[in-house]
Design a protein around this ligand. Structure first.
Ligand SMILES: [Mn+2]
Length: 321
C-alpha cells in the first residue's frame, strides 16, 4: 500500500477515477469513496467507466455524474480501481493508467502503472479504499462510510463471506452513524422484470450434472449471466456456469457454494484456463469465476474441461435428465 500512498501524495491537477465495464457495486463504491475521500485532500477528479454501469451501481451513484468511455488524454492522472485487465476497459479512449487499486489477480495494466496496490486476500476493493483513506489521514464521514459499506457488503455476499477482519471494518464504518438497514436498502432494490424473465428462461435450458453429492449446472442466456449463476446456486446448485453468447463474444460467468473451497476447487484458477479455451482472458474469485473470449462456439469444450477438472476431485460426472 505504501507505494500507492506515496503516489497519491504527489498527485496534481485534475484526475480520473476509472473502473471496469458494467461497473458493479464494489467498483462504483470504490470509485465514489475515493472521489469523496481524495476530494478532502483538495484533489479534483471525475469518475469514468467503460461501456456501462450495472443497475445496482447506478442506484449507488444516485445523482453523482459518471463519464462513460472517458478520454484519458483529458486528465493529469488516471487512478484505476477494481480491475487491471485492458479487456474490461476496451472502450475507454487513449487508455493509460497511473495508479491501480484492486483485489483481483494482477492483469497486464500493472506493467505500465507508476503505483500499484493489489491484494487478492482483500474481499472488496472498497475495503482497500477504506484502509488507504485512513492511512492518508482522511476523515471517514458518514457519507463516505455508507458508500464504502455498499461495496463491502455486496462483495462479501451480504457479509456471508466476511470474517472478523471485515466485521471490524464494518463496525468502524457503522460508528459514523450509518444504519446497516440503510446500506442494505441501497444495495438490494427490486429485481427488475427483464432479469426475472432471463433467469426463468435460463432454467428451461439447464443441464445438470451430478458428481457424487456435487451438483453442477450449465445454461445459456442473453444477458444477466452473473445474476442467473447466483440464482442457480441459491436454488441448490453447488456450481453454476452460465454462458452468454453474442455474435463475436462469448462471456462465461460462474458462481459456487463456499464448500467447494474445502475440496481445493478455485474457480478463479479454473477460469484462467476457460479464458484460454475461448480465446480470451478469465479469472475472478474462488467462488466466482468469469471469462470473456472470441471463440463463441467453444461452449462444449468449456463444459468438458470444467467437468474433467471437477471429476478429479469429486468422481465421475453423470448427466441428470
Ligand atoms: Mn470487488
Amino acid at each position: 500500500m505504501e507505494e500507492l500512498v506515496k503516489a497519491v501524495g504527489k498527485l496534481k491537477g485534475k484526475g480520473l477515477l476509472l473502473t471496469h465495464h458494467n461497473a458493479d457495486l464494489d467498483a462504483v463504491s470504490s470509485a465514489l469513496g475515493l472521489k469523496y475521500g481524495l476530494g478532502k485532500l483538495g484533489l479534483e477528479m471525475d469518475i469514468g467507466v467503460a461501456e456501462s454501469v450495472s443497475r445496482a451501481g447506478k442506484k449507488l451513484l444516485g445523482s453523482e455524474e459518471i463519464i462513460v468511455d472517458p478520454d484519458c488524454k483529458n486528465y493529469e492522472w488516471v487512478f484505476l480501481v477494481e480491475t487491471s485487465v485492458p479487456e474490461q476497459l476496451a472502450s475507454v479512449k487513449n487508455l493509460r493508467v497511473d495508479l491501480i487499486l484492486d483485489h483481483h489477480p494482477a492483469g497486464p495494466l500493472v506493467k505500465g502503472a507508476k503505483a500499484v496496490w493489489i491484494d487478492e486476500k482483500e474481499k472488496a476493493a472498497a475495503l482497500m479504499v477504506f484502509r488507504l483513506l485512513k492511512v492518508l489521514g482522511v476523515e471517514i464521514t458518514a457519507e463516505i462510510a455508507k458508500i464504502l459499506l455498499a461495496g463491502i457488503v455486496a462483495d462479501t455476499a451480504h457479509l456471508r463471506l466476511a470474517e472478523r477482519g471485515e466485521f471490524l471494518v464494518v463496525a468502524e464504518l457503522l460508528g459514523t452513524g450509518v444504519k446497516f438497514s440503510d446500506v442494505l436498502n441501497t444495495i438490494e432494490g427490486e429485481v427488475d422484470f427483464s432479469e426475472r424473465v432471463a433467469v426463468l428462461r435460463a432454467l428451461g435450458r439447464i443441464e445438470v450434472y451430478r458428481l457424487g453429492e456435487l451438483l453442477v449446472c450449465f445454461t445459456e442466456i442473453g444477458s444477466f449471466e452473473s445474476q442467473t449463476a447466483r440464482a442457480l446456486v441459491k436454488a441448490g446448485a453447488d456450481i453454476a456456469v452460465v454462458f452468454d453468447r453474442k455474435k463475436e463474444e462469448l462471456r462465461v460467468s460462474s458462481r459456487a457454494k463456499k464448500t467447494i473451497e474445502d475440496r481445493g476447487i478455485d474457480l478463479s484458477i479454473l477460469f484462467i484456463e476457460v479464458g484460454k479455451i475461448i480465446g480470451g482472458t478469465g479469472g475472478g474469485h474462488p467462488t466466482a469465476g468469469s471469462a470473456n473470449g472470441r471463440k463463441v462456439k467453444a461452449i462444449p469444450e468449456v463444459i468438458e474441461f470444467l467437468l474433467g477438472e471437477l471429476e478429479k476431485v469429486y468422481g465421475k460426472a453423470e448427466r441428470l435428465e
